[in-house]
Design a protein around this ligand. Structure first.
Ligand code: FA5
Length: 349
């Protein structure tokens, strides 16, 4: 509406612009619509931004009042946009709460819970059985020296027994241990004789894999050092272990001669086949017995390498294939499943 007062024209125009934006914001139906309105009003090319640019064209007396009025208009429109956005959000929330199918008391979806790997489960049980018989548990590095893994075990560099366990060598002459026997001399230095210790761990061999052979698998070594030890004591310790792990009080074991340069005499300990009960089947290759672990009395040269005088100390040792024990315990048909990392397999234990 035109009047004769100075500045009346632009004041009227600003009032009209304000009224238009008030109505437009009030009609904004959702957040996206509000965003468009904001750009159209206050963006670089927006209507209110364009008004600011007109300041210079006004008579000098009006400029200050016009600038202040446009600034106020800008603030008012910004306030309406924010208020409308809050109202819309509150309305959406209220609609969700009013929806009778929305149940605030419903329990949240259950997350996936992991569990201990079967190898770790059985390892912990084996450790517990031996702890109850007074054994220490020793941990030591997977990268070890030629001395620990071979030399100290009566296997010098020229010895043909090196062929039995090929491994992965590092450039610095160290190797990935091929068996937990690599801890024997380390244990003799770690504990004061007499002592008993088990040392579980991962071992590595450079060999072809099949259902019962992996390049990476787990063993547990046991070592007992005393003034006098006997094969009877070794056998009884093995029986105690297997009864506990296989949950079978009637486990039957037997010894056969076996060759390892670090024991004398050396044995292979067999367990009566749990599938056929000894009658013969495909699992035990019709023998009625399954080979489970090698063991024997510690060779004098190994005692010497560990700083013990063989005239005063004796020992027995065993090297249990932990991976095979897990297979027997849970009926796993292929050792390669254990470290394949397939959750569908692991979730069963
Ligand atoms: C040894 O490793 C000797 N250090 C054991 C020993 C210790 C003998 C103390 C005497 C005194 P051997 O290579 O047979 O022996 O392995 C021991 C056990 O590890 C085997 O009976 C078997 O259960 C397991 N084993 C061997 N090779 C593999 C493989 N590639 N994959 C899975 N398990 C294996």
């Amino acid at each position: 509406m035109a009047t004769d007062e100075p500045g009346a024209d632009w004041r009227t125009e600003l009032d009209q612009v304000q009224a238009r934006w008030q109505a437009a914001v009030a009609a904004g139906a959702d957040v996206a619509a509000l965003r468009t309105l904001e750009v159209d009003a206050l963006g670089k090319k927006g209507e209110i931004t364009a008004l600011v640019r007109r300041t210079g064209a006004l008579p000098p007396d009006d400029r200050r009042a016009f600038g202040a009025a446009v600034g106020a208009l800008r603030g008012v429109v910004e306030g309406w946009l924010a208020e409308r956005a809050d109202d819309l959000q509150a309305a959406v929330l209220q609609a969700e709460l009013d929806d009778s199918t929305f149940d605030v008391g419903r329990p949240a979806a259950a997350g996936r819970v992991g569990h201990v790997h079967p190898l770790s489960q059985v390892q912990a049980e084996v450790e517990d059985v031996f702890r109850s018989m007074g054994f220490h548990v020793l941990d030591y590095p997977e990268v070890d020296s030629d001395f620990s893994n071979f030399e100290s075990l009566n296997i010098p560099s020229w010895h043909p027994a090196r062929e039995m366990q090929d491994t992965f060598w590092l450039d610095d002459g160290n190797l990935l241990r091929t068996h937990t026997s690599a801890g024997q001399v380390r244990a003799m230095h770690a504990f004061e004789a007499p002592f008993r210790a088990v040392f579980p761990g991962k071992v590595f061999r450079y060999e072809a894999t099949d259902a019962s052979h992996e390049h990476t698998f787990h063993q547990i070594e046991g070592l007992m050092i005393d003034r006098v030890v006997s094969v009877g004591h070794l056998l009884d310790s093995m029986r105690t272990l297997l009864r506990a792990i296989l949950r079978d009080a009637a486990v039957e074991v037997r010894l056969r001669p076996g060759y390892f340069p670090f024991v004398e005499p050396g044995f292979e300990l067999d367990i009566r086949c749990r599938v056929c009960g000894g009658g013969g089947c495909s699992v035990c290759k019709q023998r009625g017995w399954l080979e489970l672990l090698p063991c024997g009395l510690v060779h004098p040269n190994v005692l010497r390498a560990g700083g013990l005088d063989p005239d005063h100390w004796q020992g027995w040792a065993f090297g249990l294939g932990l991976s095979r024990l897990v297979m027997m315990r849970f009926g796993v048909p292929d050792v390669r499943l254990l470290l394949a990392g397939d959750v569908r397999f692991l979730a069963q234990f």
